[in-house]
Write a protein that binds this ligand. Structure first.
Ligand code: 13P
Length: 249
């Protein structure tokens, strides 16, 4: 069901001690009475600690990646079963850093999405164009194929467990954010493509914006009609900034 989400993607930051102290501070400083789901995606090594600390709170824990196979000889990899067995029900897939540095392809990502859904996990699926695509006005085309190649094979029912995160690559970690108008244009475009493929359920899909969201720009981005929240990188590493972003929605 469509709802407001603020998710923090910690990437390769925070060891166990830092994770513990951030999460305890977050519990104490969480804005109250907010109709927003808060999610934290720490490193694999800290997922168990995070699920334990957050057990009786309404902050959810997500993984940043997982392997597509059920199990087997894949040294260094993590399966869906390993995640759900420690209470992690949400996984980020298709982040541009995974696509860029780890050569994750649309077909591989379709496979990962299928595996996650088979395990009844929720997927936060990232899409977003590079700067060259925006300059050449191919940005909608690029995002359309990212959706089509990894998600549009899914049956309608599966969409209950899909959240989309639009993260323009040129705005990630650069301090340069999409304007509220650019974000709205793409979010509306994404919703239209889902509607074209699946009909009315598109109105129930949660679409997050990611890319240099900070306390001072969060509110104008989140006030756009098709922006349902944010996937936050750098600003999710600081409790004060993160709670300010939660308050902004
Ligand atoms: P920044 O907020 O640091 O730009 O990162 C965004 C992101 O990649 C979240 O997944």
């Amino acid at each position: 069901m469509r709802h407001k989400i603020i998710a923090g993607n910690w990437k390769m930051h925070k060891n166990a001690q830092e994770t513990g102290s951030f999460l305890n501070d977050l519990i104490n400083e969480m804005p109250e009475e907010k109709e927003v789901e808060v999610i934290i995606a720490p490193a694999f090594t800290n997922l168990m600690l995070a699920t334990q600390i957050l057990e009786d709170t309404n902050v959810a824990v997500a993984a940043q990646n997982m392997h597509q196979a059920e199990g087997g000889a894949f040294t260094g990899e993590i399966s869906a079963d390993m995640l759900t067995s420690i209470g992690v029900q949400t996984v980020i897939l298709g982040h541009s850093e995974r696509r860029q540095y780890f050569k994750e392809t649309p077909a591989l990502l379709a496979n990962k999405v299928d595996t996650a859904l088979r395990h009844k996990m929720r997927v936060i699926f990232c899409v977003g164009e590079e700067l060259k695509d925006r300059k050449s006005k191919q940005f909608q085309n690029v995002v359309f194929y990212q959706l089509k190649d990894s998600l549009f094979h899914l049956p309608k029912e599966a969409w209950e467990n899909i959240v989309i995160a639009y993260e323009p690559v040129w705005a990630i970690g650069t301090g340069e954010t999409a304007t509220p108008e650019q974000a709205q244009e793409m979010h509306q475009f994404i919703r239209e493509q889902v509607a074209h493929q699946y009909g009315d359920l598109a109105n129930n899909v949660t679409i997050l914006y990611g890319g240099s969201v900070k306390p001072d720009n969060a509110q104008t981005i989140f006030s756009q009609p098709d922006v349902d929240g944010g996937l936050i990188g750098g600003a999710a590493l600081n409790v004060g900034d993160f709670t300010a972003i939660i308050s902004a929605i």
